[in-house]
Design a protein around this ligand. Structure first.
Ligand SMILES: [Zn+2]
Length: 52
């Protein structure tokens, strides 16, 4: 999968919700590296930018 905004690959990350539930989401690799401000569709950022 690739970011629809910058074309970088998407990383599969796992975030932990406030209740301890772990769920997967996709994050733009460019954004993950601090080189972008993309917000690809999906569950990304529901946890407030949890680390990969
Ligand atoms: Zn991107």
């Amino acid at each position: 999968m690739f970011c629809g905004q910058c074309g970088s690959r998407l990383l599969l990350c796992h975030a932990r919700s406030g209740r301890g539930r772990i769920y997967p989401y996709f994050a733009c690799s460019a954004r993950h590296a601090g080189r972008g401000d993309c917000t690809p569709a999906g569950d990304a950022d529901r946890a407030g930018g949890a680390a990969c």
